[in-house]
Design a binder for this molecule. Sequence first.
Ligand SMILES: *Cc1c(COP(=O)(O)O)cnc(C)c1O
Length: 385
Amino acid sequence: MKIESRLAQIGSQNDPQTGAVSFPIYQSTAFRHPRLGQSTGFDYSRSKSPTRAVLEAAAADLERGDAGFATSSGMAALQIVFSLFSSGDHLLVSLDLYGGTYRLLEQVMSRFGVTATYIDTNDLDALESHRKPNTKAVLIETPTNPLMMVTDIAKVAAWAKRFDLLTIVDNTLLTPFFQRPIELGADIVVHSASKYLGGHNDVLAGLIVTKGEKLSADVAFLHNSIGAVLGPQDSWLLMRGMKTLALRMERHQANATRIAEWLKSHPSVESVYYPALPDHPGHDIQKAQSSGNTGIFSFRMKDARTIEPILRHIKLIAFAESLGGGESLMTYPAVQTHADIPEEIRLAVGVDDRLLRFSVGLEHADDILEDLRQAIEAAEREING
Ligand SMILES: *Cc1c(COP(=O)(O)O)cnc(C)c1O
């Protein structure tokens, strides 16, 4: 079945007992055993819970992996995956990285002896020259957040396999509707499901999907041992959101493309970072490995003084951090999402004080454009007296 059908049908055929079309919330931590040595398949909900199990099976199916794991947040998913590594292990990681992932690696995992080097993961020479005898994995975000750098997943996964390195892809921005890294050779996919998968700015969740029996068993062990699992109510909310993923991603893409094109020709804007635009350096790779574009992009204003008044004058668009929901949100990465990345690294990548990140929502594109137009105009008026 096509992915649209599999999304719409999540959980709807999993409750033969009642025939519930919307899979129920099983709000129980413990499950009766029929007798000694027998089990219904469930014993304690940290290990396995009915509502979460339906979500996890759907995640594995959508990403074309062998096993899915639902976690209490995207960061919890990353923490569980990083726990595959031991003191002395080294990771190669995308340079323009989600700030929280950088913080987890540098301020937490480093204390446990797991180190990381941040490079352009699309550059095989850079990967090769930074690979050490203790390197165990490559962690890719593609496109990256906020600068939308694109990595050729198949190329990197093939390189990584030669050296027995795991390829881990954070697929939050494109979702399995547009991109399936496991089909391109990745071993592990992680998601902040709080973004497009949930899609309504109302549930915090993460997902891990693994390929291969051993890796799936190792992550299952860590998921249960660490315990950062998703509860039944949030599992249900996430499945409810995912049913409309296809429709939402198509609208996010259409709105974002229209607004990115408009900003690109705006005299106050210096540059727009969106892989759907033909002159984006990652355009061709993205087109080859993904079937569409995300709803988020970044743009750099010519004058840093316009940033504060733009954020003050937007009305429909909310000044808030997050992405992927129905509501349009504008973020200032240098002081919000990426504040934990040291300034020299931030500036080297291009996350400077003129950069805004825009998660384009599901409102009508005319209304979003009008709000942006009036905010930029008001900002220009203020700084020009
Ligand atoms: C938000 C985000 C995360 C972290 O997920 P949470 O659900 O907020 O914990 C990780 N990676 C990317 C790309 C994100 O956008």
